[in-house]
Design a protein. Structure first.
Length: 168
């Protein structure tokens, strides 16, 4: 039986699964090009009750152009909510979100008008201690060049130096 929690955030009602009974296939897939896809329980194990720091795909380009990159921090509570903080040269903000894990995707819902609104789903791939997010609007990465199309990357604070893209 699946246990659901309902969360009301700024007038929107979200439902999030707090059980893994409905996530289907779980674990990590075989490693391909140094990445292994996380599914179900493996996603939960990586994120649940942890603070993840992260950068967006524009990180290397921003650094190369002497622009401070956008970064984020997100804590994932066991009640399917998260605290999200976005940092940018244009301003920073914090908001609460709701996350769900469904089969092979990690999805976030936010309702912070003027900041971030909507539902965002990602395939999560692990490489060493770094978690790469690929938009679920695109096919699951399979070819080497597909793995260059990550949208954001998260890591635990202690793995920051080994996860950030090399800047030359």
């Amino acid at each position: 039986m699946t246990k659901f929690s309902a969360v009301i955030i700024m007038g929107f009602l979200f439902y999030g699964s707090t059980s893994l009974a409905d996530v289907g296939e779980t674990g990590e897939t075989n490693t391909i090009y140094g990445f292994s896809q996380l599914k179900g329980e493996a996603i939960m194990d990586a994120y649940l009750n942890k603070t993840m720091e992260g950068v967006y795909a524009s990180y290397a380009e921003d650094i190369a152009n002497d622009i401070a990159p956008d970064t984020f921090t997100e804590y994932h509570y066991d009640n399917a909510t998260s605290d999200y903080e976005h940092r940018s040269v244009y301003g920073s903000f914090k908001t609460m979100g709701v996350y769900t894990v469904r089969k092979d995707q990690l999805c976030y819902s936010y309702n912070a008008p003027g900041k971030v609104v909507g539902r965002y789903c990602f395939y999560v791939f692990k490489s060493d201690n770094c978690y790469y997010h690929f938009s679920a609007d695109s096919p699951v990465p399979k070819n080497e060049e597909d793995f260059e199309a990550w949208t954001s990357m998260a890591y635990a604070k202690e793995h920051r130096n080994s996860c950030l893209p090399n800047i030359s």
